[in-house]
Design a protein. Sequence first.
Length: 286
Amino acid sequence: MTIDLHTHSTASDGTLSPTELIKLAKESGLDAIAITDHDTFQGVPEALAAGEKYDIEVIPGAELSLESPEGAGWIHVVALWLPEDATELQKAFDWVQEGRKNRNHEIVDKLRSLGITITYDSVAARANGTIGRPHFAQELMALGVVSSIDEAFKVWLGDNGRAYVPKRKLTPEQAFPILNSIGATSILAHPFALGLNLKDTEEVVKDLMGFGLDGMEVYYTEHNDADTKAYKEMAERLGLLISGGSDFHGSVKPKIRLGKGKGGLHVPTELLEKMKEDRRAKGLPV
C-alpha cells in the first residue's frame, strides 16, 4: 500500500495533464496522490474530477518556493489540503507568477545574447500552464543546442548555468501565515536540497516550525537510505509529520517514476492516515 504526495502536471512543469497524472496513479496501484504544482493550484479542479472518475484519492496541493537562509540551498514547501477558496494564496501566487514571467523573458534575452536563436513564444507554446525551465530545456533540445534535458540544465539553465536567472520567491514570513490561515498542512520538501549538514538542517527546520511547519518529506526520490533514516529520526525527534513523494514530472525527468522514484521509493499509506488524524485533532477537514 503506497502513496505519492509530491507530483507535478502540465499546470506547472510536468508533462502529463492533471487527468493523465491521476489515471497513471490509478494504473500504478497507488492508494492516494497529491497534485503539487509549482506556485499554482490551477490543475487541482481537473485532478479532483479525475480522482472521482478513476476512484483514487486526490489531495489538492501546491509546492511553494521560499527564500532560503544565506548559505543554504532550496526551501520548498509542499502545501496539502488546499481549500477551493484560497484567495490570499492565489494573490501570493499571482505575485510569484508575475516575477516568473519577467524571469522567463530575462532567460530568453540571456540565451539570445549567447547566440541561441530562441523566442519567448516558442517556449510558451510548449507549456499548458506555468512556463518553467523544463520548457526552455525542451526548446533547446528541439533547436539542437543540447541532446538532453540534463545537459540543458547543467550548461544553460541550472543554478550554475550560463543563462540562469534567479526567480522571485515568497519569504517564510509571507507564506506561512497564509498557509496557516487556510488550514493547509505544510511539509518541507526534499530537505537534502538545503545542502546543509544535519545539524544546520535541523536549525532551519526548527525556524520553519516557528512559522507553522507541520512535517518533513522523509521519503524522496533523491534520498538514499542514510538520508531517509536521518530525516526520519529528525522528524520524530521534533514531533513533525512524516511525508514522502517522488517529485514526478513526467518525460522531463524520465528516470523518476510515479510512486517509485528511481525504483526504490515506497511511501507508506499509513503516513497519510497520520496526517489526517493530525488534521482532525486540529478541527481541519480531510
